[in-house]
Write a protein that binds this ligand. Structure first.
Ligand code: ADP
Ligand code: MG
Length: 574
């Protein structure tokens, strides 16, 4: 007898179901997609036992005839595609024709449906994949799919389900994603009869953002949209201060399909590079529209992944879109920082005029922007309407302006200014150096000195000229100018440690950033240091000339403002 056996249809069905139905939330996802594909304007999701006991999705879509409902339950039956080519002109969420069959194989399922134009509807019951009953009956237009006792016949699967709270969390998450990408429809989620999430129709798309992402994003998330040919990246991205410890606040969609995609996540993070801390993640909703022929949606049974024909272009467009929104710094504009535009338009003291301002090394060249100014003026003119009032705790600078009271954190503000100056210098030949009259010696552990040897050129661009002295020692012949009166050797030691931590193939190209940040932090005016009027005003102005004036490289705000309105309110004048 052969050791190779044909699996029974029942086992085959359950194995296949495993790919699509991982947990209750996967059922909700598939049923909502079907509801939307049926043209529904509203869908209600009811669950019990966090979806283990019951999931019912009721829609007001086109419905099915009794015959269609029975067919729909078979594996590989779909009304959405006919041939493989159709996959590349797809306008529906479904196409695999296996969701209903899969769900039916591992639950007790009931479809109640009535098609437009029909007087009566149909109820179809299936248990563990076997059709048990079909009845004709009166019912509302649309479809209701009821899934009871999920995984009752695959106990092994039940073991993998998490706590009720976790499973319910996944379901809410699916609702949020579906609602975000489908503003034309209404959604409701009930658990044990209690309304858990409500997505009514809204005029203003950002209202749904608060419903999906929570109150804390209110007023802190801003729209962006960038189109290139038929490719479009749009959505909403949070201000840098709105950041989280994980990437769960990043919602990605391709042609309204929720996806998990490293390329898009990476591009979103790139957009925020240097604006939020390295280990934090922004909040963002990104909807990418790609012509269907340019994206393959059939790479994952749960339809969570896609493949782009031209991923490089998509990547670039997303970075540009997010970055564009951040550069507009709408949160500053909304709060009305005075002459913001005006100051930004002036040539900056730091940018060599007429040359392109480079973005950090790993950015594609096409993202580079031209500097705006034309004149050779580099001096500072007076900033109209701003008066420096003084310093609080030798840390915060206070300004009066027609637009209210402004506070600057002197260290954070200077850090931002220096970081932008340093990156600019780095990409225009290197950071200005100061030769040491008497070279200093640093001793390093042998492993560090070996790695260092390979990066002497990079360090030279950073302003540190080093020459090997002994086996483990180096002569330091010059240091970055901005660190000259600080403790440059300490910064150098930290820099070497950081380079060492990247290992032998050190990705220095991508990591100048962290070195520059470190240097900016070391060189910036510290807190608790007195500042004179001229210095304070210059810092204010330099900050306004930055590309990202609102936050320091670690994501802290550089400035706060109280508008006249807020002041009046606080003093009870309003
Ligand atoms: P797919 O969505 O990939 O086509 P499904 O197994 O999810 O596969 O559904 C099979 C078919 O059943 C669909 O193509 C559709 O014609 C029909 N169908 C499923 N759900 C609904 C619904 N809520 N309203 C109307 N038709 C539906
Ligand atoms: Mg489907």
């Amino acid at each position: 007898m052969s050791k190779i056996k044909t699996l029974s249809p029942d086992v085959v069905a359950k194995i296949a179901a495993g790919e699509v139905v991982e947990r209750p939330a996967s059922v909700v996802k598939e049923l909502l997609e079907n509801a939307l594909d049926a043209g529904s304007a509203s869908a209600k999701v009811e669950v019990q036992g966090a979806g283990r006991k019951l999931i019912r999705v009721t829609d007001d879509g086109e419905g099915m005839t009794g015959e269609e409902a029975i067919q729909a339950l078979q594996r590989h039956t779909t009304s959405k595609i006919e041939s493989l080519e159709d996959l590349f002109s797809l306008r529906t969420f479904g196409f695999r024709g296996e969701a209903l069959a899969s769900i039916a194989a591992v639950s007790r399922l009931k479809i109640t449906t009535r098609k437009e134009g029909k007087l009566s509807g149909t109820e179809v019951r299936v248990e563990g994949g076997t059709l048990s009953d079909t009845t004709e009956m009166g019912c509302p237009l649309g479809t209701s799919v009821e899934v009871r006792d999920l995984f009752f016949n695959v106990p092994a699967r039940l073991k993998f389900l998490k706590s009720q709270g976790t499973e319910l969390g996944h379901i809410s998450e699916i609702l949020a994603k579906t609602a975000l990408a489908n503003p034309q429809a209404r959604f409701q989620l009930f658990h044990e009869g209690k309304l858990l999430a409500n997505y009514p129709l809204r005029q203003d798309p950002s209202a749904r953002l608060v419903e999906a992402l929570g109150e804390e994003v209110d007023g802190k998330i801003f729209p962006f949209r960038l189109q290139q040919g038929e490719l479009r990246a749009e959505g909403f991205a949070g201000e840098p201060g709105l950041n989280r410890p994980n990437s769960r606040g990043i919602y990605l969609f391709v042609n309204r399909r929720p996806v998990r995609d490293r390329l898009l996540t990476h591009a979103t993070l790139e957009g925020y590079r240097n604006v939020i801390p390295k280990d934090r993640y922004p909040v963002a909703v990104l909807l990418v529209e790609v012509p269907p022929p340019d994206v393959d949606v059939n790479v994952h049974p749960g339809k969570w992944e896609v493949k782009f024909a031209n991923s490089e272009t998509v990547h670039r467009l997303v970075i540009q879109a997010v970055r564009g929104m951040l550069e507009e710094t709408p949160w500053l504009k909304i709060k009305g920082i005075p002459q913001f535009e005006e100051i930004r338009e002036r040539p900056t003291a730091y940018l060599p005029q007429g040359k392109p301002i480079s973005l950090p090394l790993s950015w594609p060249a096409s993202l580079r922007v031209e500097s705006k100014g034309e004149s050779q003026e580099t001096g500072r003119g007076p900033v109209s309407g701003i008066t420096f009032l003084g310093q609080v705790q030798e840390t915060y600078l206070v300004f009066a302006s027609p637009e209210g009271l402004l506070l600057l954190d002197q260290h954070a503000a200077h850090e931002r200014v220096l970081l932008e100056k340093l990156s600019n210098d780095l990409f225009h030949g290197g950071i200005p150096k100061q030769p040491l009259l008497l070279p200093e010696v640093i001793e390093l552990p042998s492993n560090e000195s070996r790695i260092l040897e390979e990066h002497l050129g990079d360090l030279a661009r950073m302003g540190f000229d080093l020459e090997r002295g002994g086996i483990r020692s180096f002569w330091v012949k010059s240091v970055p100018q901005i660190l000259a009166d600080r403790d440059p050797l300490e910064t150098l030691r930290e820099t070497i440690k950081e380079i060492y931590s990247w290992g032998k193939e050190g990705q220095l190209q991508n990591s100048y950033d962290s070195l520059l940040k470190m240097m900016a932090c070391h060189a910036a005016i510290q807190a608790h240091r007195p500042m004179e009027k001229e210095e304070a005003r210059a810092l204010w102005e330099d900050l306004q000339n930055c590309r990202f004036p609102s936050h320091c490289p670690h994501g802290r705000p550089t400035q706060l403002r109280l508008s006249p309105f807020e002041l009046e309110k606080m003093f009870g004048r309003r």
